[in-house]
Every structure is written in C-alpha cells, then in structure tokens.
Design a protein around this ligand. Structure first.
Ligand code: SF4
Length: 218
C-alpha cells in the first residue's frame, strides 16, 4: 500500500510537468478517419510512425475504405507496405481486418476493447489508441517509448507492456490515461531517447531515479 501511494505521488509529480509541457498531443501517425488510424497503427508495429506516414497516402489512395482494402490483391498489398517491415504478416492483417470491419461492422471500426482485440494485428496498444482517439474512451497506450521512460523514471519497473499498463492504471486516474500516454511518449521520444537520453535538459530529471548530475548516459 505504501508503495502504491509513493508511486502515485511520483506519477502525479511527473505528469504535472509533462502534461503542461506536452499539452494535447496525439499520435504522430497521419490519418483522416478511424479506419485509416487502425490500419496505420497495425503497420507501425516494429516501424517508425514517420515510415508509416510515407506508405499510407498511396495505400489509402488505392484502397480508401474497408470494402476496397478487403478485396485488394495480397501481392499488391505486400508491395505497398513492404518498407514498413514484416510486410507479409502486415499485408495479411490489414486485409483481414478490413474484411471483418466491412462485413461484421458495416464498415465502421468497432468500439469495444474486446471487439478491437479480435481484429488481426490488433493488440492492447492499438486497441487503446483507437479507443482513445476515435471513441474518446480511456486508454493507456504502452509503446516502446512509454515502456522505456516508465522504467527509467521508476514509474513502472517492468519491461512487460501488460504489467506496465496495469501498474500505470493503478496510479494514474482514468481520465488522464490517454493524455498521460502521449505526454510520456513525447518526452521519451524527444528527450529520454533510447541511445542518448538528454538528462541534463530533461524537465523531470529531479524526479527521475536514474538521473545523476554529471552522468548522462544510461
Ligand atoms: S532524467 Fe534522463 S533518464 Fe530520467 S526521464 Fe529524463 S531523460 Fe530519461
């Protein structure tokens, strides 16, 4: 119990800084509707958002909705998403996800977490992201950046995304889940980078357990 209180105090202090520093941020993925968002997030697995953004304009120009993407030739899809990596799996996943959305949900991206998780290529991170950005529901989006900064700061001492999600859910109020996820993501992506964290200019260094003045490497 004492540990949870301490962790909540740390989360409150860190978020007080980061939510001000990164107000109203969302995903870097470019999309025009929920269907484009879910497809872009599936493609972002093991790939940067920037690379996905290079691929999706042509993808959605050719196949702009679930019904058309569902009938796209697999080989053409593989070619279209090749540069995002794991292209064979991703092509199959987006085609099948499009088919299910078209046939089962009349072309609309489903709203419930359980229904989203049933879609090929959709895990908890994607489901939470879609829920928060498309359906205005709470969602903790634990990507590689959030995982890194939560470990370094001590917010959640786990390398397992599911465990981290559960820890953060216990110390961050539900209405802040999405905003907190995006703020942590931005701080990690731009300041607390994987190879060379910029601890000396980090706005939360006084709260971070791994920061020690004069020693900026991890
Ligand atoms: S002080 Fe350094 S390790 Fe801690 S959150 Fe900031 S950049 Fe990351």
């Amino acid at each position: 119990m004492q540990l949870i209180i301490q962790s909540k105090a740390l989360a409150d202090a860190i978020l007080a800084v980061l939510l001000t520093q990164w107000p109203g941020v969302g995903t870097d993925l470019q999309y025009k509707n929920c269907f484009e968002l879910i497809i872009a997030v599936i493609l972002s697995a093991q790939c940067t958002d920037e690379q996905v953004n290079k691929v999706t304009p042509a993808l959605f120009a050719n196949w702009p909705d679930p019904a058309s993407l569902a009938t796209a030739p697999l080989e053409a899809l593989e070619k279209a998403v090749y540069s995002t990596g794991f292209y064979k799996h991703k092509a199959q996943h987006i085609k099948e996800t499009a088919r299910i959305i078209a046939e089962t949900y009349s072309g609309r991206v489903p709203e419930t977490f359980e229904a989203l998780l049933e879609l090929p290529g959709v895990g908890r991170k994607t489901a939470h992201l879609v829920q928060s950005l498309c359906h205005n529901k709470p969602g903790l989006i634990i990507d590689t950046h959030v995982l890194r900064i939560t470990q370094r700061t001590g917010l959640a001492l786990s390398s397992n995304p599911y465990k981290t999600e559960k820890i953060l859910a216990s110390i961050i109020t539900e209405e802040l889940h999405a905003r907190a996820s995006f703020a942590l993501n931005r701080q990690a992506k731009h300041i607390c980078t994987a190879r060379k964290p910029q601890c000396e200019i980090c706005s939360i260094n006084a709260l971070c357990r791994t920061y020690s003045p004069g020693n900026f490497s991890q």
